[in-house]
Design a protein around this ligand. Sequence first.
Ligand code: ADP
Ligand code: GLC
Length: 482
Amino acid sequence: MTALRVLAVASEIYPLIKTGGLADVVGALPAALAPEDVLVRTIVPGYPSVMAALSSGETVMSIGDAFGAPARLVVGTVAGMDVIALDAPHLFDRPGNPYSGPDGKDWPDNWRRFAALSRAAADVALGALSGYRPDVVHCHDWQAGLTFAYMHFSAGPRPGAVMTIHNLAFQGQFSPALFHMLGLPDEAFAANGIEYYGAIGYLKAGLYYADRITTVSPGYAAEIRTPEEGMGLDGLLRARSGVMSGILNGIDADAWNPKTDPHLAANYTKKTVADRALNKTALQARLGLDQDPTTPLLGVVTRLTWQKGIDLLLANIPTVIAEGAQLAVLGTGEPGMEDGFRAAMGFHPGRIGAVIGYDEGLAHQVLAGSDAVLVPSRFEPCGLTQLYGLRYGTIPVVARVGGLSDTVVDANPAALGRGVATGVQFAPVTYEMMRVAIERTAALYRQPDVWKKMQANGMVSDVSWSDPARRYAALFRELLPA
Ligand code: ADP
Ligand code: GLC
């Protein structure tokens, strides 16, 4: 088997730039695919944190006009990853969030920023860097979507094209008035092209021109082909069903390993799971919760948004209190939801603890110190926190949607009877069913033998990248010329 070269295109890559799970996945795939003999290079925007990490990188290409000003491609190795940065200060040298300004609104020139990324990626894909020709281009989410349109309208042989959807809710739609600035031929602005209900759709373009489409769980792959969950793209996705598949995400098994995790008060394994108690005590202390080892402690680490069902959680705070439980929340997001948790802390001191902010270390402590982790998402392409929960002996309590339903075995009588349950699922995603799920969780917690069995089942389930990496590698190899 010869090594296969993959050019990945993405807007986020852990540990350089992250707003969510997309970064984790893009950052994990290079190492995960190496044992499959797949060599990944990843092209990303030259945000300040990326350029700082590549300060000793090498300039490999100058671009005279990258949508308004000169730019360059800089390559370097960061955290073992082969990274190409599009250094375009007029587009990416901005503080804070990669997508929005200090006012919280999307940057008005996002169309130009990610067209430039895609244009550069297409050029690299087609051989602009001497000595480098990828076999496959792997685009992640809308920010990379135009890459395949640019490749399609270029002459000569082109690599295979795989588009991965991490979240269909973000589609990169822009005014048709911008079309003439993209440098694509007129024929590209069509239903059989990048046009999307009269606008320009970056994700749509990627989905239309890709050879293969993947999303991050089989469950979500099925859901998004329905009008209810397809967010306007279900028709196209149904038409492309034959080239579409779902491949679950894995987690970074080194960073998320309770045996070695440096953030924890006490490390533990499946055998020494009782030592989790020390992490619970430490978490209660950190969040100002009552020091009670017997109360069920429910943890949440998430973006505070409608997608994540956080309004349902806020509505269920009385349920948490009524069940004698505690809640530990770590998150940022919609200001109203942030305020909701601040208010709940005031109403229920010692029972509700919330840190409004982004904190990697605390995320690990919440997972290790909580008895259960709540993930009440309205939709969830894959979800990573329930996978951390499985690995950490933290019972996942999840909405039965997308990747959550694919990765957690509900503690229904059949699963309990066979001893295979790993968590609690609820559907539909309503206040009422979430209340029932919290009640069920508290009841299970009061049956220590059942609870321990569920923890043990979770801790041995395979949430690593091994199996997903094999699937990606096989998919990439299908695209090699015969
Ligand atoms: P999404 O990408 O939709 O936000 P995922 O579950 O795939 O959801 O990934 C979220 C990632 O972001 C996980 O690695 C999670 O631990 C992390 N995360 C989310 N919010 C925070 C936070 N406030 N502090 C630290 N990590 C967070
Ligand atoms: C998206 C999804 C999340 C998924 C992540 C990584 O942010 O919302 O479910 O785990 O991408 O694929």
